[in-house]
Design a protein around this ligand. Structure first.
Ligand code: AMP
Ligand code: GLY
Length: 426
């Protein structure tokens, strides 16, 4: 089968790496891809915002499956248009992608299905939002409703900060994404992510992971797309996973189906483990980046049939096998990230770094010019390692980082600290 993968980040490199190992695959295309993906796929220049062009390409090449990596094309309805042309597509419809595309949508669904989450209000103007905020205890969480690349959330410690965040949203700081604002109760607990494959009706739990959203060591500095991750998340015991499935994931999938907008694709629940049990922070409707990289390192089974089963409504009789190992990934970003990453610098040493046992390097913002690897984005490399413990995976990953020659790049030095603290206590 020929597959077209949409995207060009570390998530897509790890998906391309996993897909390329499938005996079912005959050819893999990726739009736009990156320098690492080019080792396992044919990278093509295709405007993924032009759905008709994507469909035409699929027809010309005989593509059997389209796999959509990022959220924006899903919210824009790419999966709907590909399916309407009779081509299989892994990824939710635009209606179902509202679980990520609108925070107010998800909060309403939580109310309807009694899913544990933060108390909230949703507002279409600054006046009503500010009036509500003034009545709530601090800190309080202010969120732009729509897609804001992880930057639309402010945890306000004072009413002045809350008002500034609300006003910024309505004054257009996030464009249309901020035309509605969700204000939430601040929840306390450890965060974890839970990933599940869904076929509209059936759910197959994948794995858990923990991300590191802040740019600096010790979880300091501004939020980013994610500076590193590991899987599994030790906080997620089997009992907690079962509770998340029963109280959060299954009610979501059932409610979406009952509404006539069934969800099919990856459901990624951002969770917080509070004293009252796990609560939903938010949904994403795709694999996480960099969480996907650690999931793919741990997946023993062939990914391609799993994605096909999700497309075909066949997950009820499907199972996946996983390596017992832990996987951990360290993101290397260009100096200046997340505000103004420096582009065009030269990267070396990847062959030596990738030769370390248990290490894979997934590219994100890279391109190759005349045989030289060049940084071409904010997050640039994902140095990923397996190990029997988080500590071992971390040691291998940082050993590989040490061999990468890229003076204009940086990474966090403490990826996995929370899990290693736990391991040390055991
Ligand atoms: P989100 O983009 O909704 O995942 O939010 C980004 C980050 O803000 C989350 O990973 C949490 O660390 C934090 N956050 C969001 N909502 C809440 C909440 N209601 N209570 C506590 N922390 C939150
Ligand atoms: N790493 C966070 C995300 O993919 O949304």
């Amino acid at each position: 089968m020929k597959v077209l993968l949409i995207g060009g980040g570390g998530r897509e490199h790890s998906l391309a790496w996993a897909l390329s190992a499938s005996p079912l695959l005959t050819e893999l295309f990726c739009a736009p891809g990156n320098a690492g993906i080019a080792d396992v796929a044919r990278c093509i220049d295709l405007d993924v915002g032009d759905h008709a062009a994507v469909v035409t390409f699929c027809g010309q090449e005989g593509i059997g499956l389209v796999v959509v990596g990022p959220e924006a094309p899903l919210v824009a309805g790419l999966a709907d248009d590909v399916r309407a042309a009779g081509i299989k597509c892994f990824g939710p419809s635009a209606d179902a992608a509202q679980l990520e595309g609108s925070k107010a949508f998800t909060k309403e669904l939580c109310t309807e299905a009694s899913i544990p989450t933060a108390a909230y209000g949703s507002f279409a103007n600054a006046e009503s939002a500010n009036a509500y905020a003034q009545e709530q205890p601090l800190p309080i969480v202010v969120k732009a409703d729509g897609l804001a690349a992880g930057k639309g959330v402010v945890i306000a410690e004072t009413m002045v900060e809350a008002k500034a965040a609300i006003d910024a949203c309505f004054e257009g700081a996030f464009g249309d994404a901020g035309s509605e604002v969700v204000i939430e109760e601040f929840m306390i607990g450890e965060e974890a992510s839970f990933f599940a494959l869904v076929d509209g009706e059936n759910v197959l739990g994948l794995a858990t992971a923990q991300d590191h959203k802040r740019v600096g060591d010790g979880d300091t500095g501004p939020n980013t797309g994610g500076m590193g991750a590991y899987s599994p998340a030790p906080v997620m015991t089997d009992a907690l996973k079962a509770q998340v499935m029963d109280t959060i994931i299954l009610p979501t999938v059932r409610t979406m189906a009952k509404r006539g907008t069934p969800f099919a694709g990856v459901l990624y629940a951002g969770l917080i483990i509070t004293d009252e049990g796990p609560k939903l922070i938010e949904y994403n409707t795709r694999f996480g980046d960099p969480e996907c990289q650690v999931l793919m390192m741990r997946m023993k089974s062939d990914l391609l049939p799993a994605l096909l089963a999700a497309c075909d409504g066949m997950l009820g009789s499907f199972d996946l096998r996983w390596h017992d190992d832990v996987a951990l990934t360290v993101v290397m970003a260009a100096d200046g990230y997340p505000d103004a990453p420096k582009k065009g610098t030269t990267i070396g040493g990847l062959d030596a770094a990738g030769a370390i046992e248990g290490v894979e390097i997934f590219h994100a913002g890279t391109k190759e010019i005349n045989g030289t690897l060049i940084a071409n984005g904010g997050r640039v490399l994902n140095v990923t390692a397996r190990g029997t413990s988080v500590a071992e995976a971390q040691t291998r990953a940082y050993e590989a980082v040490g061999l990468i020659e890229w003076p204009e790049g940086f990474c966090r030095r403490d990826i996995g600290w929370r899990a290693i603290e736990r391991e040390n206590k055991q």
